[in-house]
Unconditional design. Structure first.
Length: 201
């Protein structure tokens, strides 16, 4: 890890890869609730180019996902000053942090932050199962800027698996689902979402 931390092209990398240091930096901004936990869940590193690190953050009352990118100063200049909802930029370190569901390359995840929009999505996917429309989505896997997988649960019963993809990956994922899924499936092109039902054997 020391080799990565000292990559001189990425000034924010040491902060990015040290959870305690990252929490301390965020606390100094007074821009979010006090964190009690920051755990690395995913790392994608391109030497001298960028590093993306997935995190699970925690407060005294909740857990939530997020991720951060360490960039070269020239690459950071192209995004500097364009922080949107759910995004924090640290200019001096050329770091950009994003918190779920405000993923840069999975924009359709944002529907999950709004109860009405999430219900409308589930209604479109499962028009004949109204009892599912108020179901709870449990995270199964999350690779920031690549894929988000959740399980739809209603009354402690898992009923379906939903996979959100990037626009580029969606077409291949839908094609693979058509070929390989033996269970019933649904999809929504506008949300880059492929879903399979969990049916009793």
């Amino acid at each position: 890890m020391n080799t990565i931390i000292h990559d001189p092209s990425l000034p924010g990398l040491a902060t990015l890869l040290e959870p305690q240091l990252l929490m301390k930096t965020l606390h100094s901004l007074n821009a979010m609730p006090v964190l009690s936990k920051a755990q690395i869940t995913y790392i994608k590193y391109k030497p001298a180019t960028n590093c993306l690190v997935g995190y699970q953050f925690g407060t005294d009352t909740s857990l939530f996902d997020g991720y951060a990118r360490a960039l070269r100063h020239d690459a950071y200049a192209s995004v500097q000053g364009h922080a949107s909802q759910g995004c924090i930029q640290l200019d001096q370190q050329a770091l950009e942090l994003r918190f779920f569901p405000y993923d840069r390359r999975l924009p359709r995840l944002r529907v999950l932050a709004d109860a009405q929009r999430k219900r409308a999505l589930l209604k479109r996917l499962f028009p004949e199962q109204p009892e599912w429309w108020h179901g709870h989505l449990e995270r199964l896997a999350y690779k920031p800027e690549r894929r988000y997988v959740a399980r739809l649960v209603v009354g402690h019963q898992p009923l379906a698996v939903l996979k959100f993809h990037t626009p580029d990956a969606y077409v291949a994922a839908r094609r693979a689902a058509t070929v390989s899924y033996t269970h019933l499936r649904a999809h929504e092109t506008d949300s880059y979402l492929v879903c399979r039902l969990l049916l009793e054997k």
